[in-house]
Design a binder for this molecule. Structure first.
Ligand SMILES: Nc1ncnc2c1ncn2[C@@H]1O[C@H](COP(=O)(O)OP(=O)(O)O)[C@@H](O)[C@H]1O
Ligand SMILES: [Mg+2]
Length: 269
């Protein structure tokens, strides 16, 4: 199982939306996909299961179970939910995760490995895992990085300064101290409006600055993603012939190819 986590400390940059739609493209290509929602806002979970169901889920059916000291010996079978889509499973999150997402993730302590250990238990069942993170670099994002193989950083091409990105890069470096496998796969330009000069300029400057560390595939701002999400279907199922579905398949191919290339390099090394 290869694990990707989507991280950025900004909200609204397309982390949850990308996880949601990518899962469809990966599943239709025949892969068994595990989605892990580590955001107390639960947008990814609500995308699949609807807000009413997700909000009233008890802790033992959500990812918060992993963080709850009182539940350490509770079985985790109730955590992996199937969805209406074949080959897509989901570990949901709701507001019960919020108290565990503390700002200072200590560098020591067993809790840091809770997600990693859980994913280790799942690795025979799934081919690929996508972890959706909250818009901060607190404990949930930290445990995601400790558990993941590859980090994808969705970035809308807006001039909000590089300060935020630097903090993301820094925390990836820290997390590597605990997870030597962790690799920054790249920045994913998301929500780009091709008509906006500022977007085109920002994209260019990001590519100049980070070179290969920017994925070739760009996610455009398009209502097809929003409409499909509102209908609770990854765009691959909602409108498989749309440009949005095509781009999502392209993204799936690109990240799998890059990750596989890296794995084979590691094997040779
Ligand atoms: N490429 C896109 N085109 C159109 N709307 C998008 C796109 N990506 C995200 N959105 C919408 O923008 C909002 C925020 O996106 P979301 O993925 O939840 O951001 P994040 O998880 O980074 O906070 C959601 O309503 C989502 O449907
Ligand atoms: Mg989100």
């Amino acid at each position: 199982m290869i694990t990707f986590c989507l991280i950025n400390q900004k909200g609204g940059c397309g982390k949850s939306s990308t996880c949601f739609h990518l899962s469809g493209a990966l599943a239709t290509s025949g892969m068994n996909v595990l989605l892990v929602d580590l955001d107390p806002q639960g947008s990814l979970s609500q995308g699949f299961l609807g807000p009413a169901l997700v909000e009233q889920m008890p802790l033992i059916e959500t990812i918060a179970l992993l963080f709850d000291e009182n539940s350490f010996f509770t079985g985790r079978d109730g955590l992996v939910h199937s969805t209406s889509f074949e080959r897509i499973s989901l570990c949901p999150a709701n507001q019960l995760l919020a108290p565990f997402n503390t700002p200072q993730p200590e560098l020591t302590g067993q809790f840091q490995y809770v997600v990693r250990e859980f994913l280790n238990e799942q690795k025979e069942r799934f081919d690929v895992c996508l972890i959706d993170c909250p818009p901060n670099l607190y404990r949930c994002s930290w445990t995601a990085m400790v558990a993941a193989d590859e980090v994808i950083i969705p970035v809308p091409p807006e001039d909000f300064g590089t300060q935020g990105l630097r903090a993301v890069h820094q925390s990836i470096l820290y997390a590597r101290q605990l997870n030597h496998r962790l690799h920054r796969l790249g920045h994913l330009i998301s929500r780009r409006d091709q008509r906006l000069v500022i977007h085109r300029k920002y994209e260019q400057s990001l590519r100049n600055q980070y070179g290969e560390m920017v994925l070739e595939t760009v996610i455009p701002e398009t209502s097809a993603f929003k409409v499909a999400l509102t209908c609770r279907k990854p765009v691959e199922y909602h409108d498989p012939h749309s440009a949005a579905a095509q781009i999502t398949r392209q993204l799936a191919n690109e990240i799998l190819t890059l990750a596989a290339r890296r794995q084979s390099k590691r094997r040779v090394a």
